[in-house]
Design a binder for this molecule. Structure first.
Ligand code: NAD
Length: 295
């Protein structure tokens, strides 16, 4: 493994500057993480209020760090100075890597990737933070698919250590190695996975959620299940609470992708707990009602 890591390190091109497209929950988190670990980042969105929200999130995280004695106002200013918020592509032209983090729609993502490819240098690497869309499909919109791969962060970005680096059929070894190196520079733990429905994490997570839904269908109580998983089994949260944190709408969409990708293993007969919650508009913490109620 050491030898492999050394070889990957040699292949990696230097990432000194980055850009993130989309200043939402993920884009804002990615900008904060990159900037605070010393890689200046351009954060581009199509709406000024979205940019302000992204910057506001970064400021909030920094203020918490100061409160906890882990940072100073000087460091905070330096990190914020590392984030350039923009509505146009001009500041993106010299960056080494781009992380696309716009809405989860194949057409929008394909359009944005094709658009940004026209504005960056020939050496720039493009990545997508998609949770469920095939990297091979998105690569079709690009002139240089070898310089593209997935870079899948988890929410909240500043807390979650894992980053899935998704290798598409055309992604070059240099591209993958460079993105692995950038994720490490951001203080994250990258793993390289091949392109497939659910990548790695969702292939583990969704069979677990299916088991949870099956228990509910058999009459089990979700609070009791969470309690056992948290208190007795020792996981940080049980499945009901985890779904509330992830967002049940997001879970519902990902579950459909898994069912389509693995019909034998992940196909369903009828509605399960995730469908029922979704249809009842109970999306979890994001709209204050999921398995649990939030005020
Ligand atoms: P979000 O809705 O919070 O933010 C999306 C942002 O993209 C918005 O600010 C919107 O204005 C912007 N946008 C839309 N079109 C754009 C364009 N053409 N150019 C630039 N910006 C544009 O979404 P999010 O939750 O941050 O998710 C973003 C991506 O990250 C999605 O692909 C999602 O699947 C993925 N993801 C989300 C999570 C999560 O838990 N939220 C976790 C991992 C990955």
């Amino acid at each position: 493994v050491k030898g492999k890591a050394k070889k990957a390190g040699k292949l990696a091109q230097k990432i000194d500057t980055a850009a993130v497209l989309g200043a939402g929950i993920m884009g804002g988190g990615i900008a904060y993480q990159s900037a605070s670990k010393g890689t200046p980042i351009v954060m581009k969105d199509i709406a000024q209020p979205a940019l302000e929200l992204g910057l506001g999130e970064a400021s909030k995280l920094l203020a918490t760090q100061i409160k906890r004695g882990r940072s100073t106002p000087e460091k905070m200013a330096k990190v914020l100075n590392n984030i350039t918020a923009t509505l146009d592509y001009a500041p993106v032209k010299d960056v080494d890597v781009v992380v696309e983090a716009v809405v989860e729609h194949p057409k929008v993502k394909s359009m944005v990737l094709a658009e940004v490819e026209q504005h960056v240098s020939d050496d720039a690497i493009l990545t997508s933070n998609t949770s469920t869309i095939s990297i091979n499909l998105l690569a079709k919109s690009l002139k240089k698919p070898e310089r593209f791969c997935g870079m899948h962060f988890f929410n909240p970005v500043h807390k979650m250590p894992l980053v899935e680096v998704i290798r598409g059929e055309h992604s070059s070894e240099e591209t993958v190695a460079s993105v692995v190196a950038y994720a490490s520079k951001m203080g994250k733990t990258p793993i390289v996975v091949n392109d497939c429905p659910g990548f790695f994490v969702n292939r583990v997570l969704f069979p677990y959620f299916a088991g949870f839904s099956g228990l509910l269908a058999d009459g089990a109580d979700f609070v009791a299940i969470d309690k056992v998983m948290e208190k007795q089994f020792g996981w940080p949260m049980g499945p009901a609470y985890l779904l509330d944190v992830v967002g049940i709408d997001t879970g519902h969409h990902a579950q459909a992708v898994m069912a389509e990708g693995f019909p034998d293993r992940m196909g369903k007969n009828g509605k399960d707990a995730i469908d029922i919650m979704f249809e009842a508009d109970r999306f979890g913490q994001k709209n204050s009602k999921g398995f649990y109620a939030y005020s």
